[in-house]
Design a protein around this ligand. Structure first.
Ligand code: 5RP
Length: 218
């Protein structure tokens, strides 16, 4: 199967986790785009969705799924999102689509984070995929210098402004053996809005699509 077919298969499998009458947290990216389409097929059974990006909001509107503001909800039963890399501890690198800050907020308020990936996203050690960091524009060079001190090679993602009006630095050359420690360190740099390491709040359930079918890591 092609990668996009795997993404579609795993996205539709996530529908099993959607309970009737609930508000569903939706992530961002090409895998989630399939999930939103799947959600559209049961839109009369759910109350609506909270979105992690303008792109996902537009797609939710297209499928006439009612959109709720994050501040209108007490929490979320489930949050469904993809990842750029995921390790056996269910820790992830996210932010390839520059939506990491809102994604982290939805992951934080969700009782269950369901990560949907194709098998190519599974790694033993995080860091081959450049780690996205959302940065306040005036702090770009300061944060870059701090990231270099941590052993990384930050690259300013060109022509990208996040939904929050900030920049993305993609940090290359990292081999992340202690993801929680690195998440804390990078979050502690002045000017960093969010680091795309989801280690403190890892996924609860991972659905992995491979040629043989969907594997559930619970
Ligand atoms: C967006 C993300 C996505 O989940 C991640 O980039 C994976 O994307 P895709 O499903 O297109 O492979 O973190 O910020």
């Amino acid at each position: 199967m092609q990668q996009d077919e795997l993404k579609k298969a795993v996205a539709w499998a996530a529908l099993d986790y959607v309970a009737a009458g609930t508000i569903v947290g939706t992530g961002t990216g090409s895998t989630v785009a399939h999930f939103i389409e799947a959600l559209g097929s049961i839109r009369d059974k759910i109350k609506g969705a909270v979105s992690s990006s303008e792109a996902s909001s537009a797609q939710l509107k297209k499928f006439a799924i009612p959109l709720f503001d994050c501040n209108q909800v007490d929490g979320l039963d489930i949050y469904v999102d993809g990842a750029d890399e995921i390790n056996p501890q269910k820790q992830m690198i996210k932010g390839g689509g520059a939506a990491l800050t809102r994604e982290k907020i939805l992951a934080a308020i969700a009782r269950k984070f369901i990560c949907i990936v194709d098998a190519s996203k599974q790694v033993d050690v995080l860091g081959k995929f450049p780690l996205p960091v959302e940065v306040i524009p005036m702090a770009r060079t300061y944060v870059s210098r701090q990231l270099i001190q941590l052993g990384g090679k930050p690259v300013h993602r060109q022509h990208v402004i996040t939904d929050n009006g900030n920049l993305i630095l993609d940090v290359h050359n990292l081999r992340i053996s202690d993801a929680v420690a690195l998440e804390d360190k990078i979050n502690g740099i002045a000017g960093v809005v969010t680091v795309g390491l989801f280690a403190r709040r890892a996924a609860d359930v991972v659905l992995v699509a491979a040629a043989g079918g969907i594997k559930v890591i619970g």
